[in-house]
Ligand binder design. Sequence first.
Ligand code: UD1
Length: 431
Amino acid sequence: MDKFVVVGGKRLYGSVDISGAKNAALAIIPATLLAAGKCRIDNIPDIRDVRLMFNILRNLGAEIKMLNPNSFEIDTSAIRSQVVPDAMAKKMRASYYFIGALLGRSGNAEVAMPGGCNFGVRPIDQHIKGFEALGAHVRTENAVIKASSAELLGGSIYFDVVSVGATMNVMLAAVRAKGLTIIENAAKEPHIVDLANFLNLMGADVRGAGTDTIKIRGVETMHGCDYSIIPDQIEAGTYMVAAAAAGGDVAIRNVIPKHLESISAKLVECGATVEEFADSVRVAADGRLTKCNVKTMPHPGFPTDMQPQFAALLAICEGTSIVSESIWDNRFRYVEQLLRMGASIQVEGKAAIIEGVPYLKGAPVRADDLRAGAAMIIAGLAARGATEIEDIHLIERGYENILGKLTALGADIRRVEMPDEESAKEDKKAI
Ligand code: UD1
């Protein structure tokens, strides 16, 4: 397994271009199953999770042509299967979108239980409740979710929890259900609006995405279209926080500043300078910033997917900060790694009490999951000495060219191949 080695103490200067939104792409790629015709999708992030999604789609019979590393033409007209096997589904959470998309397309889906980052229990009861409200029969057999329906019918769904995944999954099925579907207590994240825009461009009738009530009038057919995915809110936020933690002056380009407001507001509270422009934000910081409290909430609140990165910054801010996690049960596993770097953090249930220390010290750490890994990079950029990060494949699930982008900003970060893998490769060559 390769490692990242980050030598801290380099300030970040220049500009970074943000890629397309991972969590929008992961719903939009399966949504192409609903089209009779080809879809051209631009601004797809070049990340592992997208490649896994393409593998699933290809396995179902889709043809996928790369036009450039971020643009693809997808033709799902020759789909021959409705089955997503365990080996593929378990590699990522978003494989559950194939249930909604296949149900919408053909009334049948068999998708093995999804995997993904481990933040504690991740039920899908709200997804199932939604499909059942559309008249689908859903059962789980040997860890495979089997959903079927002779004819999907519009229905009313009130989600008991605000769920990004359940909202998008039910949208995927409901666009082809007969009649009107009303989703209440819907999630409002930017990627929900992006999926709705994509579906509408394919001929669907989705209204209200971005509010807590979404109304969908089912259509009989949908067609191919050209679409460009929105910029990634969390990737942008990660570079914003990296600039604040390492110090410097960075322009984060190709973003929608409105999507970043909750992150910008917290950075300003800590004492960083944040300037908004039409499609970029500038973050500048000089010296040690000060504490602030953060509570994760569904959009437009502070995103849970920025919680570990922000905690890494707060670990070196002056004063005591409290970070409260209200979405996931177990999203503080990374704290153990920050403690190895000299942070002073106490976790009490779903809150972390962070007493800022003047500096962190480089240490060997691991990426517990995608965003925890990003937090380790941020901690490493700000630390004294070298931080070695293991399990970087988890970081590469969701950040396009993070090494290249940070290096261009002046960071000292490199990939190191571990000797055991080297020798394994040599062995393979010998065979
Ligand atoms: C998505 C993101 C993830 C992010 C999360 C919240 C993707 C691929 N992943 O995950 O990075 O952290 O949104 O912004 O887009 N819940 C239930 N029952 C359900 C579904 C969810 O109880 O059927 C609960 C979850 O346990 C959690 C909360 O609802 O406590 C929010 O989960 P949800 O928004 O569904 O997260 P994901 O879509 O899985």
